[in-house]
Design a protein around this ligand. Structure first.
Ligand SMILES: Nc1ncnc2c1ncn2[C@@H]1O[C@H](COP(=O)(O)OP(=O)(O)O)[C@@H](O)[C@H]1O
Ligand SMILES: [Mg+2]
Length: 237
């Protein structure tokens, strides 16, 4: 059996003294898209913050490619190929599309940055024609694409995505999820995707993990979940 790329083992953490995650364990295997779903406030974003290094753990371990990354800074984790696209497609409006991409590659050498930008723009051709435009001029869907593209400028092996569909019109939602599928297929890039749009994310993911009140409540294939409505209903109850 192949070792998982990312292994979260019995992690508990929270904010100040407030506990949020309780004994959370989950794994992401090579090439896999794992959807992390659950009600508002369940702790989904907190899981991504803990993995990326933004939030220290109270208990448990996180392993990346077999090594503990407990206590790593976010920058160090990016350097290890673990990159994060936070909630709300926060791009810098008053910087150009090109400058936004450069921010994503701030740790790279000039040569490496150019190389990575080329690879990423190949995947996002719509951004290529708008490199010199202010990101503030982009539509909602384009901003989300830019946010994802930016997270992929550093050589990434696992993309952590927090609600990539947030605020998008239903017709654009398909574009973003379609792009994630394309990236997963073409590059074999693994993803841990937090989503509220459960039905939609189930069409692109290989596995679903459900979080409720800071605990892992369900783990299933999308096929099984689709066949058993009670499972999802119980998660969101
Ligand atoms: N920066 C913070 N400081 C204090 N509490 C927070 C902070 N961020 C989130 N929380 C709390 O942690 C819990 C889980 O939040 P979050 O991980 O954002 O949930 P989800 O992403 O599943 O909606 C919520 O009760 C939320 O209010
Ligand atoms: Mg959230």
């Amino acid at each position: 059996m192949m070792e998982p790329m990312l292994k979260i083992e019995n992690v508990s953490t929270g904010y100040n003294k407030k506990p949020v995650l309780q004994d959370v364990s989950l794994e992401v295997n090579e090439g896999e898209i794992v959807a992390l779903i659950g009600p508002n406030g369940a702790g989904k974003s907190t899981v991504l913050k803990a993995v990326s290094g933004l939030l220290p753990l109270w208990k448990g371990k996180i392993y990346w490619l077999g090594n503990s990354i407990n206590g790593n800074s976010p920058a160090k984790n990016i350097g290890l190929g673990l990159t994060f696209c936070p909630q709300g497609s926060r791009v810098f409006d008053r910087m150009t599309v090109g400058e936004n991409l450069e921010v994503g590659g701030f740790r790279l050498s000039r040569v490496e940055l150019m190389k990575r930008e080329e690879i990423v723009l190949e995947l996002f051709p719509a951004l290529k024609t708008r490199l010199r435009e202010d990101a503030g001029n982009l539509s909602g869907g384009e901003r989300q694409m830019l946010a994802i593209a930016r997270a992929m400028v550093p050589p990434t092996q696992l993309l952590l995505l927090d609600e990539p569909s947030l605020g998008l019109a239903p017709n654009l939602l398909g574009d973003v999820f379609g792009k994630l599928t394309e990236i997963n297929r073409e590059l074999g890039l693994a993803m841990l995707v937090v989503e509220q749009k459960v039905k939609d994310v189930m069409t692109i993911c290989h596995r679903v993990v459900g979080l409720k009140l800071g605990r892992v409540e369900l783990e299933s294939s999308p096929e099984v979940l689709r066949g058993d409505g009670a499972l999802l209903k119980n998660l969101f109850l």
